[in-house]
Design a protein around this ligand. Structure first.
Ligand code: GAF
Length: 401
């Protein structure tokens, strides 16, 4: 990978027992380290990362910082600056179900490393977040990738970026219980300032390519509308969508649903599977059109594509909710070129491509529509495409190389 985690290749080797053993004897390269990992918004390509389709997320300029210090007593202590979060402690041999709440993502990452025979000797961790949590901006991927990156550096685990992403994904799937794809992890690891990350999820390992975003030079910004809504059904429904897509692909005799031809919907009898497949196929086409529109700086066209994506997620994939629909409608009424929900759905955030001098009108419009419904006040802010995960020199840290 472009960015090496831990030590150089000579010190790496495979996932061998001998390496696991060397971790037990604490061959760490630093005592203290600090990693900064951004959140993400997905520009387009929703619910495609587990269907072998293309996705186009960007890392944003709001991040999670993970500070880590090595221990050698088999204990992990975690502090966070989240409101009401008190210190959480557990053993490095933590198992699913042992920890709940905000620290699940941290414990899950340590469990996920152990599942790879990388049981750490112990750590003190501090998680500081400038990402609204539960806003669908991937504070979870930022946390899991940040913890994995920091522990990799502390103990010289030799993980490359692709392995960090897999460790983080397994933490969510096997410990937290959300069977997510790899989009969020790859976005927060591979993002670069001013670019989105085009990810091809049809190939293993997924390939990534930066796509330059020129809208700011042309007088536009990307606004986020954090709805504040988080519908409890989200996790069960996410797994249900995955399962429906797998069923549709199996009926069509395909490995990935995104590979289906345009006639696929005709070949499926079940109306629900037809609609899910229609979303996957039209969304796949929209990602390709969006990449072309971005390349040509055809912003009104990009806006139209974003709004069409929302309609498809609302009507065919059925993962939107009233708060997201109203946010999108209000953004369009305020003059946005396009708007859509972003991320898994059932709450979280919407994005809108809009002129900077219309952002305030957009905010007011969304707020007044929300007030009418007696929903809590949404947060509207502009985001810029930012660099992915990176280490920050920590004061007092002994850094090698
Ligand atoms: C969530 C998941 F974590 C991603 O993997 C992706 O499937 C997304 O929902 C939907 O596009 O963010």
């Amino acid at each position: 990978g472009r960015r090496r985690h831990g030590r150089d290749d000579a010190a790496r080797g495979g996932w061998s027992d001998s390496r696991a053993a060397s971790i037990g004897s604490v061959t760490h390269v630093t005592d203290v380290c600090r990693w900064d990992v951004p959140g993400r918004v997905n520009l387009i390509g929703e619910h495609l990362d587990y269907n072998g389709g293309p996705v186009l997320p960007l890392a944003i300029d709001r991040s999670v910082t993970v500070k880590a210090r090595a221990r050698d007593d088999g204990a992990v202590n975690v502090w966070s600056d989240l409101p009401d979060a008190s210190k959480v402690s557990f053993a490095t041999t933590v198992q699913p179900g042992d920890v709940d709440g905000w620290a699940t993502y941290v414990a899950g990452t340590i469990w996920s490393l152990a599942e790879r025979d990388l049981t750490i000797p112990g750590a003190d961790l501090v998680i500081e977040s400038r990402l609204p949590s539960g806003a669908g901006l991937s504070s979870s991927a930022a946390t899991t990738c940040g913890v994995a990156s920091a522990l990799d550096e502390l103990f010289g685990l030799g993980l490359d970026t692709a392995e960090v992403a897999l460790v983080a994904q397994r933490a969510e799937a096997g410990f937290v219980g959300a069977p997510v794809g790899l989009m969020d992890q790859l976005a927060v690891l591979h993002g670069t300032a001013g670019h989105a990350v085009l990810i091809d999820t049809a190939v293993t390992p997924h390939t990534t390519r930066p796509v330059a975003l020129g809208w700011e030079a042309d007088g536009l910004v990307l606004a986020v509308i954090a709805t504040g809504a988080h519908h409890a059904l989200a996790d069960g429904e996410y797994a249900a969508r995955r399962e429906e897509c797998e069923r549709a692909a199996a009926e069509l005799g395909l490995e990935w649903l995104a590979q289906a031809g345009l006639d696929a919907t005709v070949m499926l009898a079940d109306e629900t599977l037809k609609a899910r497949t229609r979303h996957v196929l039209t969304e796949t086409a929209r990602v390709r059109s969006a990449v072309t529109a971005v390349g040509r700086r055809a912003w009104p066209q990009l806006g139209t594509i974003l709004t069409a994506s929302h309609a498809s997620l609302r009507d065919d994939f059925e993962v939107s909710c009233p708060e997201l629909d109203v946010a999108v409608e209000a953004a369009l009424e305020a003059g946005a070129l396009g708007a859509r929900m972003t991320g898994g759905g059932f709450g979280g955030s919407a994005i809108a491509l809009v002129e900077p001098d219309k952002v305030q009108a957009l905010r007011e419009r969304v707020e007044s529509r929300y007030a009418l419904h007696q929903w809590s006040r949404p947060e509207v802010f502009v985001v810029h495409a930012a660099d992915g995960a990176h280490r920050v020199p920590a004061p007092g840290a002994r850094l090698d190389g």
